[in-house]
Design a protein around this ligand. Structure first.
Ligand code: AMP
Length: 416
């Protein structure tokens, strides 16, 4: 494994996997270019050091060639951000000549990798009534042609850089398999390095007290996260929809709040294990409830363990926020993933926005704070605190898998 700072790019072609999966409006204009901007330090570094760039990414989830998902829409903006002309290869598998013609300081963007089933290595177009044998044969065929697809991408370049944290949890051709073609010439880009360091700062080198705030809708999707974090943290704040399963597990009355009855035993186990390990768990103590899942529904505040029938928890109440703020401000490391209320509805985003503020204040007081996950990142950004916390992750699913303690294929492929 190489290092982008010390690698000699002079006269070399670098193929760089980035995450340019940006949102576009109906006129194919970029509505948020964060992902493009976050890849720029890596791309600029290669050009500055005398190399040339072959940039590859996916955009959306096309199941075949579909102009709607063409990376052609973003070429101009990428070129402006990079401060260099960017050529476009309309087929990522037929870019030999364009790649060969690249001179130092030049860049080429390949068309959407996911136009091909080989990128993900999953069969497409299978009949709905396909038999298990047919499915297995199709899977084998695509895995076989994936080798050639990957070899082709690798053939364009002298070195490989992975800077796409958003897809680091996928073992795709461009995110992991390609690395083996560059045993001595593979490295992380700056964004990946930053994400890995941020994860290590909380999972391996946390300063204590370490508090994790885990929210969101379902316990089922965060169970592995809770289990991995419990031995590492001092405090666990559990909020949002998933919190009600824990409150019910403690014997609380949760009315019509979101919960998963089948996960009550697991929730009880986590609470018991926390006690055994001497970890503090902070569930919400007060909840804002409504009789309808609607932003305009009249609401009231009730104790979280006494939610009346016919009412459902929509946001944590101010008493929960106060208690959590105290815990957060007394922490040296804070990890946050998931909203503590129905964040999409402005009337019930209050608790989640307060957490964003608490993290900014904790950071100002010297704590290390890491924010990951769509709604948490949106809350921090909406409050204008993106640069007032220590790190805002660019990967939702990848960050979740990392804090579950999983080895991400995109990271392992560079390290191995
Ligand atoms: P996740 O994708 O698991 O991080 O969950 C995010 C979702 O959790 C958001 O769409 C929130 O609206 C939802 N959520 C948070 N709190 C609640 C709640 N009290 N009731 C229903 N949904 C919630």
């Amino acid at each position: 494994m190489q290092n982008i700072d010390t690698y000699d790019f002079t006269g070399k072609k670098a193929i760089v996997r980035v995450d340019f999966n940006v949102p576009l409006n109906e006129n194919f204009e970029i509505t948020d270019d964060t992902r493009i901007r976050r890849a720029m330090p890596t791309l600029k570094k290669v050009l500055e050091k005398g190399g040339s760039l072959i940039i590859m990414s996916h955009l959306g989830r096309p199941k075949k060639v579909d102009p709607k998902f063409s990376l052609r829409h973003i070429v101009k903006h990428v070129s402006e951000c990079l401060g260099a002309p960017v050529a476009f290869a309309p087929d990522c598998q037929k870019a030999d000549e364009m790649a060969a013609a690249l001179k130092p300081g030049e860049a080429l963007l390949l068309e959407n990798l996911r136009y091909y089933a080989e990128e993900e290595g999953k069969p497409r177009g299978l009949a709905e009534d396909a038999t298990d044998e047919e499915k297995a044969a199709a899977k084998k065929a695509v895995k076989e042609s994936q080798k050639e697809f990957t070899r082709k991408l690798a053939s364009y370049a002298d070195c490989y850089i992975n800077d796409a944290f958003g897809t680091a949890h996928r073992a795709h051709a461009s995110t992991a398999l390609i690395a083996k073609y560059f045993p001595e010439d593979k490295m992380f880009g700056y964004l990946m390095e930053g994400e890995i360091k941020a994860i290590d700062n909380v999972l391996k080198n946390a300063q204590h007290p370490f508090t994790a705030i885990i929210g969101g809708s379902k316990v089922s999707s965060k169970l592995a996260v809770l289990e991995n974090l419990l031995p590492k943290v001092d405090n666990l704040i559990i909020g949002g929809g998933m919190g009600y399963t824990f409150i019910k597990a403690e014997g609380g009355k949760i009315g019509d709040s979101l919960h998963e009855d089948d996960l009550i035993p697991q929730a009880q186990e986590i609470l018991a294990k926390a006690k055994e390990l001497g970890k503090k768990v902070y569930l919400s103590v007060q909840t804002r409830v409504t009789q309808a899942f609607d932003n305009e529904a009249p609401s009231k505040l009730v104790p979280s363990h006494e939610i009346p029938d016919g009412w459902e928890g929509m946001d944590c109440g101010p008493k929960s926020s106060e208690m959590w703020r105290e815990v957060i401000l007394a922490s040296k490391t804070v990890l946050w993933n998931g909203p503590v209320g129905v964040f999409e509805m402005p009337n019930f985003a209050v608790g989640t926005l307060q957490i964003a503020k608490d993290l900014a204040d904790a950071t100002a007081a010297g704590a290390y704070t890491l924010v990951g996950g769509g709604d948490s990142v949106a809350a921090v950004t909406q409050m204008g605190y993106a640069d007032k916390v220590s790190y805002v992750s660019t990967g939702g699913g990848a960050m979740l898998e990392a804090i579950e303690g999983k080895d991400l294929p995109g990271i392992a492929a560079i390290r191995d």
